[in-house]
Write a protein that binds this ligand. Structure first.
Ligand SMILES: [Fe+2]
Length: 463
């Protein structure tokens, strides 16, 4: 082969290499970490994490969530197993002086051959922001006392640390996730759906809803968790006569939906510190003119980034997911709402459902109009960063079936269990970190500084 011809052959090769290098500079990372193979079994019902509290009819399954939009009210929920007991919660700023009290309500439900205990919900009102309160319930039987700190008043530069957990379940891995989160010390959890996985059991054994609530009490009795509905909250089983979606979930887990003008508990918003958090339901109607569509349209107009600079959206089924599991299940909702979220300059979208971890660059796919062919996700600094955090560690196991090649929107992905935290520092900066369960609790396996889309919209933070 002559020199000129060799050059002709080599030039395209060199061009290809250059292209590959350029693409590699922005390509995502599929983690080389290999999770040890091990069974993902539910903890047995006699495990210590499911232990009943001492005493006859003692309040169990204690959990709290915001009772209004900003945390000057807190809703306390608990179950008494044997008899109704008292609906009263006493509360105050010292365990020795709980001089205020509130009256709650109680409910029960039947699910096939299961009848729930007496489920109590009591909203404590008149709270001040950023203050520690003690509370107690179970009067007449066995009193139990807990405490929480209300979130700080919303404002543009109010630091706050959220925990991010999804698809938790009640396996040994779930227990590890919760312990690691406890060690990393957030002040409220944004939970992206799929709580107990009771529906993995024959007849959706609702005793596993009870055991799950006893398991997570060690965190959620002391700090508010914000609930998103996942598919495992549907408990839709017409074959056994259970055709009311979300029956156990909505009886057990209230949300402050009325405070944000919502008409259903499955979609709502809260304002915590510098964050406006919007919770959506992947399993409720979201087409044009539906209640959720109408509410979100109005809600995004209500967001004031001068007061709450950080706009975070929660849903269960991800819009951007490059795992073979549940691939494109969130697509119809993405088509419906992505344009709105891009126009609103949402900072972060959190989803679960896929049992692995993935973080995106800032991409959008909103140019398509059915005939123009523009259906490829493209870089867009107005777009949210998407994080799939469905890696709490449930009985269904890990999702380790990533599509190849890694899509350009995907920045980092790993098939492991874990949790994340989002620490808002001020109106412009927030530090996000992800922890895999197989490391020590404090080890950071993935992290990124988020730069606020409203205050610093031209800064690309997604590399
Ligand atoms: Fe799910």
């Amino acid at each position: 082969m002559g020199g000129a011809r060799r050059l002709l052959v080599l030039l395209p090769l060199a061009a290809l290499l250059l292209l590959a290098t350029a693409a590699g500079a922005t390509a995502g990372v599929t983690s080389g970490y290999r999770r040890k193979p091990e069974a993902t079994a539910d903890m047995p019902l006699d495990a210590d994490v499911f232990r009943l509290p001492h005493g006859y009819n003692a309040p169990q399954q204690v959990h709290i969530t915001l009772g209004d939009q900003t945390g000057t009210a807190m809703t306390v929920s608990w179950v008494t197993a044997s008899e109704p007991g008292s609906n009263t919660v006493a509360y105050g700023r010292s365990p020795k002086k709980m001089e205020m009290s509130a009256q709650g309500t109680q409910t029960r439900y039947d699910y096939y051959n299961y009848t729930s205990g007496f489920i109590h919900h009591c909203t404590l009102t008149g709270l001040k922001h950023g203050v520690k309160y003690w509370y107690a319930m179970g009067f007449g039987h066995t009193v139990r006392t807990f405490s929480f700190t209300t979130p700080p008043k919303p404002g543009p530069d109010v630091p706050f640390k959220f925990g991010l957990i999804g698809d938790l379940g009640q396996t040994f891995d779930s227990n590890s996730t919760l312990s690691h989160y406890d060690a990393n010390g957030g002040s409220a959890v944004l939970f992206v759906g799929d709580l107990s996985y009771a529906d993995a059991y024959p007849l959706h054994d609702n005793n596993r809803w009870d055991s799950w609530a006893r398991f997570v009490e060690r965190s959620v009795a002391y700090q508010p968790w914000l609930w998103t509905a996942g598919n495992h909250e549907l408990d839709y089983a017409p074959e056994i006569g259970e055709a009311t979606p979300f029956k156990p979930f909505t009886h057990r887990y209230p949300t402050p939906f009325r405070a944000s003008g919502s008409t259903e508990p499955l979609w709502y918003s809260v304002k915590i510190a510098s964050a406006h958090v919007v919770v959506l339901s992947s399993y409720s109607a979201y087409g044009q003119y539906t209640p959720q569509w109408t509410w979100l349209d109005a809600e995004l107009r209500r967001v004031d980034r001068k007061v709450t600079p950080w706009l975070v959206v929660l849903m269960h089924s991800p819009w951007y997911n490059s795992n073979g599991y549940h691939y494109m299940e969130g697509e119809s909702m993405r088509v419906q709402f992505e344009r709105w979220l891009v126009d609103a300059k949402v900072d972060l979208v959190l989803a679960g459902h896929v049992h692995s971890y993935e973080r995106s660059h800032r991409f959008s796919n909103v140019a398509y109009d059915i005939i123009n062919g523009k259906a490829t996700p493209v870089r867009n600094l107005d777009a949210p960063m998407y994080i799939n955090i469905g890696d709490g560690g449930n009985i269904e196991g890990i999702a380790n079936n990533f599509t190849k090649p890694q899509p350009r929107y995907s920045a980092f992905r790993e098939a492991s269990f874990g949790h994340a935290t989002l620490e808002i520092k001020n109106r412009t900066h927030a530090y996000y970190e992800w922890h895999r369960n197989h490391d020590g609790a404090k080890v950071v396996a993935d992290s990124v500084w988020l730069i606020n889309r409203y205050w610093m919209p031209t800064h690309d933070d997604s590399n």
